[in-house]
Design a protein around this ligand. Structure first.
Ligand SMILES: [Zn+2]
Length: 317
């Protein structure tokens, strides 16, 4: 766990301008350690384990969408990285700018440490990410650097423009990750990754299709513990919050903590009910019907198309 903490710290300090200065100071004191950690952070070992990279638009999206499966993968020794495409610096009703970006980065670093995953928060302003060539190159590089077998993001028909454009950037990278002379500074992936969409409730132009649904019952409690670290977003309500939502008195705060925990658990329980057919298909009738908490994914039609057999290898749960 200590090594992971080190990796996360490097990801933190390389992600923003202030971080570069801090990183330089740290590097001056411990150059070899810092460089070794940076290299590990950039690419996980080719040790036969899966390498999964999960993209979200804001510092909490990849965490919600990957949380349960991320912890399950990590517990089995697979390499999981959670990326926020923006720094989240307007995602609060009361505070904004650098202090909020730093607060949110600190939150996801701790969430991801608990999940067993590596973190990267890109320094793009919240509400402002665009599907530009520069950003397509950046996302392509991140997938290549992680040498990803599996890439996860949200679908491109989400309500939030940052969510939509993050998804489009990931989609636009699905072919380019293997084209040698696009971003030739980072070697292309040898095998096109499988691209998956996390589930959602949007109906237009087409509803989410659960190609695979997996149980997360065994990691639900520690996953909720991890997610609840994101106080600015969960307890205080992020951009949709208001004064008094997370009161000052301890009894009120405990009530709010209990409420948000129940709501989060309900979210993953709802997935199990909604995608019961996919659970039964994956686990068989007996186990599939007894799952309480689940996460579901749709296979993107870009990227490698996995067989049912390969989906079992990707989700060996
Ligand atoms: Zn978001």
């Amino acid at each position: 766990m200590k090594a992971q903490k080190g990796i996360s710290a490097v990801a933190l300090v390389t992600a923003c301008g202030l971080g570069v200065i801090l990183g330089t100071l740290i590097n001056a004191q411990r150059p070899r350690v810092a460089l070794a950690q940076a290299a590990r952070s950039a690419q996980p070992p080719d040790d036969g384990k899966l390498r999964i990279i999960i993209f979200g638009a804001h510092p909490d999206d990849a965490e919600y969408r990957g949380a349960g499966v991320a912890m399950k993968w990590a517990k089995m020794g697979n390499h999981v990285k959670l990326v926020s495409a923006t720094n989240g610096d307007i995602g609060h009703w009361q505070m904004a700018g650098g202090p909020l970006a730093l607060r949110r980065k600190k939150e996801v670093l701790e969430v991801d440490r608990r999940l067993g995953a590596t973190t990267e928060v890109l320094d793009i302003h919240d509400g402002e990410i665009m599907p530009t060539l520069e950003n397509r190159r950046m996302i392509t590089r991140l997938i290549r650097q992680w040498n990803a077998d599996v890439v996860i993001t949200n679908r491109p028909n989400d309500y939030h423009p940052d969510h939509r454009y993050t998804s489009i950037l990931v989609q636009d990278s699905a072919y380019m990750v293997g084209v040698p002379f696009f971003t030739p500074d980072v070697p292309p992936v040898k095998r096109n990754p499988v691209f998956l969409y996390a589930s959602d409730r949007f109906q237009r132009p087409n509803p989410f299709r659960a190609d695979v649904a997996v149980a997360i019952d065994d990691v639900m409690e520690p996953t909720l513990d991890a997610l609840l670290v994101m106080e600015s977003q969960i307890h205080e309500g992020g951009a949709d919050g208001h004064a008094g939502l997370y009161p000052d008195d301890e009894a009120g705060r405990q009530r709010r903590r209990d409420e948000v925990r129940r709501n989060l658990a309900r979210r993953y329980a709802g997935e199990a009910d909604r995608y019961r057919d996919a659970l039964v298909k994956f686990y068989g009738d007996g186990r599939g019907r007894s799952v309480h908490y689940a996460q579901a994914f749709e296979v993107c039609e870009y990227g490698r198309q996995p067989s049912a057999e390969e989906l079992k290898q990707i989700f060996p749960f």
